[in-house]
Design a protein around this ligand. Structure first.
Ligand code: GLY
Length: 429
């Protein structure tokens, strides 16, 4: 397809959506306008609800019984370890769940949603809100305790710098990138993901998403060291996280000499299953790596994961079950977040390869499904979140069939990328 070159794709992102306002087609974009309008209204409603409290909306509290979880996990209830279960306080089910603090891994998504909604609509009120919520995260520039600082700061401060550059924002991004690099172990060739748990050196597939901060900071500083380290992480992950069919393990833990200690799951159905969001993180991450390196191995990896996703999806609307190996029954929750991440990744992938139309068409199908009444909230409902029906961590009983801030983030990003590829300007639809 290669409608726009990867370089111009980055430029368009850097310059903002107003750069591509000239080409309008006669296609019916009612669904797209509706999606953007609902998104902006939901975010304004939430900002208003939160007021001046330093609370960052994350999801909506859910609670599921052990029997349901065991059916999903195909486990005998007698063998089910309940200790990791995230249990809502009585009376909280159905209410908005906030990040436990700015150190929650999802803290950057709500500010990021405000930035994207501002970029999509040009609404200055949303920009003001984005600045306010982004500022709450300023202390994170000093935080070293997780790989998720990539997500947390790139989605908030990264978008802030793109749309409203300031020296202090740039410095916060560089400092965070340095801290992320501090988690890299040269013997192992990877950035350490978590500091908790029983693993020696855990690396999760999600970590591929933190690399975009390093790529961005390489561009900002002109220093390739961030990019080189990110690409090394991606290569090591490519060697160890993937099975022959290109599905990925969730967690790979390494011994100190770089050999593999263990391959397992934390959020999937079982150690050998294909957790839906993990596959989405993978295709997104390797697409980014190809955009930055032009290494054909990364492009092939992204395409192989994309093929697996398209082949293994079981639903008519293409929104995956929470795990591709979960029981194919009507009660099995879906994961709209996996769909929105996939849509965003596929749109970028479609711009990087001659045969990109298949990825663009699939992303369009995902976006139309997500923008239908089955997933897109009605204004004033869904605790102010945009999408319904995501699944956070089913084995931990957490955030099952519920709205989640990162589903909204990648949905907005995908809508933006869709419009950029199509050359559509919100003001003209
Ligand atoms: N990065 C954690 C998750 O995807 O749930």
């Amino acid at each position: 397809m290669k409608k726009i070159s990867s370089f111009s794709f980055i430029l368009i992102i850097l310059c903002g959506f107003s750069a591509c306002s000239s080409k309008q087609s006669s296609e019916d974009y009612t669904w797209l306008k509706h999606a953007i309008d609902v998104s902006a209204e939901q975010l304004k409603y939430t900002v208003n609800d939160v007021g001046d409290s330093v609370w960052l909306p994350r999801s909506v509290w859910t609670s599921y019984g052990t029997d349901f979880l065991c059916t999903q996990l195909e486990k005998d209830p007698l063998t089910f370890a309940d200790s990791l279960r995230v249990k809502p306080v009585k009376g909280e089910v159905g209410s908005r769940r906030y990040c436990f603090s700015i150190y929650d891994w999802t803290s950057g998504f709500f500010p990021g949603n405000l930035w994207y909604a501002y970029q999509l609509t040009g609404d200055e009120g949303l920009k003001k809100d984005a600045v306010k919520f982004t500022n709450y995260l300023y202390p994170l520039r000093e935080y070293k305790g997780t790989h998720d600082i990539g997500f947390m700061m790139n989605c908030s401060y990264g978008n802030a710098y793109r749309l409203c550059p300031a020296d202090s924002v740039r410095q916060a991004l560089v400092q965070t990138a340095d801290n992320l690099c501090g988690r890299f172990n040269p013997e192992i060739g990877c950035i350490r993901s978590w500091d908790f748990g029983k693993w020696n050196f855990p690396v999760i597939i999600d970590n591929m998403m933190n690399l975009d901060l390093l790529f961005y900071v390489s561009h900002l500083t002109g220093d390739d060291k961030y990019k080189e380290l990110a690409l090394k992480h991606a290569k090591t992950t490519m060697n160890n996280h993937f099975r022959d069919d290109c599905s990925s393990y969730h967690v790979v833990s390494y011994n100190n000499d770089g050999t593999v200690e263990k391959k397992c799951t934390h959020q999937g159905q079982n150690d050998n299953s294909s957790w839906a969001r993990g596959q989405a993180w993978g295709v997104y991450g390797y697409t980014s790596c190809y955009r930055e390196s032009k290494d054909a191995g990364f492009l092939q990896q992204a395409k192989n994961i994309a093929a697996l996703i398209m082949e293994r999806v079981k639903t008519d609307d293409a929104i995956p079950l929470w795990d591709y190996d979960a029981p194919d029954i009507s009660r099995t929750p879906r994961d709209a977040s996996a769909a929105s991440i996939t849509a965003s990744a596929f749109i970028e992938l479609s711009t990087l390869t001659e045969d990109g139309q298949i990825y663009f068409d699939y992303a369009e199908k995902l976006l139309k499904s997500l923008s239908s009444d089955a997933y897109l909230a009605k204004v004033g409902t869904n605790q102010g979140f945009i999408l319904m029906h995501s699944t956070g961590s089913l084995p931990n009983g957490s955030e099952i069939d519920t709205p989640i801030n990162y589903a909204d983030y990648y949905y907005l990003e995908a809508l933006l990328r869709y419009m950029q590829v199509k050359g559509i300007d919100y003001k003209n639809i």
